[in-house]
Design a protein around this ligand. Structure first.
Ligand code: ADP
Length: 193
């Protein structure tokens, strides 16, 4: 199973990605988490990424693509993986297509979590009280949402055209949303077979 998780900042992507990947026994690969780990370890990659993350901008594709290329080549990703937060630009979509084609692999599904915009800001501000993330301030949150709308939302059409899209309502309790995603994946699986 090779899947992508998409959704605006605050949609609860990371939380759900972990649950769903666990269910399928595949690694959840979060580009945001990998960047943050590099920032806290003070690696050169972390130093480079931090400038962009703190401003709510995307890290340059060249940096992000290489990181993902290396990560999905690890042995634990051989049976499959769930990408959380990648691809986020059309250039990243093409890059991922190339990586998969080179390994004679393909994507199974792209899950998009949909959540109302006002609800998103509220959630993120709440998370900011405890996350300690330097990009969880109101200005940066709003900017991250604009960047998502401009650069990432167009990917939804690309994957819809490929027949890979699975849109799931992200509103509700964590367990409720997990159950919704798993059942949508299940329906899709039985429809395909
Ligand atoms: P959120 O979903 O709340 O935006 P993430 O943890 O997924 O948070 O990402 C945090 C930051 O990491 C992004 O704002 C961006 O700077 C950087 N980042 C993560 N994934 C990518 C990516 N695929 N391309 C470019 N930058 C990325």
């Amino acid at each position: 199973m090779r899947m992508i998780f998409m959704g605006p900042p605050g949609a609860g992507k990371g939380t759900q990605a972990t649950v769903v990947a666990g269910r399928f026994g595949i690694p959840a690969i979060s580009t945001g988490d990998i960047f943050r780990a590099n920032v806290s370890e003070g690696t050169p990659l972390g130093l480079e990424a931090k400038r962009y993350m703190d401003a709510g901008e995307y890290v340059p594709d060249s940096v992000t693509n290489e990181m993902v290329r290396n990560r999905i080549a690890e042995p634990d990703a051989e049976p499959g993986f769930l990408l959380d937060g990648y691809p986020r630009t059309l250039a990243q979509v093409e890059e991922l297509d190339g990586m998969l084609a080179a390994a004679d692999r393909s994507l199974d599904v792209v899950v998009v979590l949909t959540v109302d915009a006002d609800e998103l800001v509220q959630r993120l501000l709440k998370r900011a009280e405890t996350s300690g993330r330097s990009d969880d301030t109101e200005d940066v949150i709003r900017h991250r949402q604009d960047v998502y709308t401009e650069q990432t939302a167009p990917l939804i059409d690309v994957y819809r055209d490929r027949g890979l899209l699975l849109e799931v309502d992200g509103l509700g309790e964590v367990d409720e949303v997990s159950a919704r995603i798993l059942s949508a994946l299940d329906d899709r699986g039985s429809a395909a077979s």
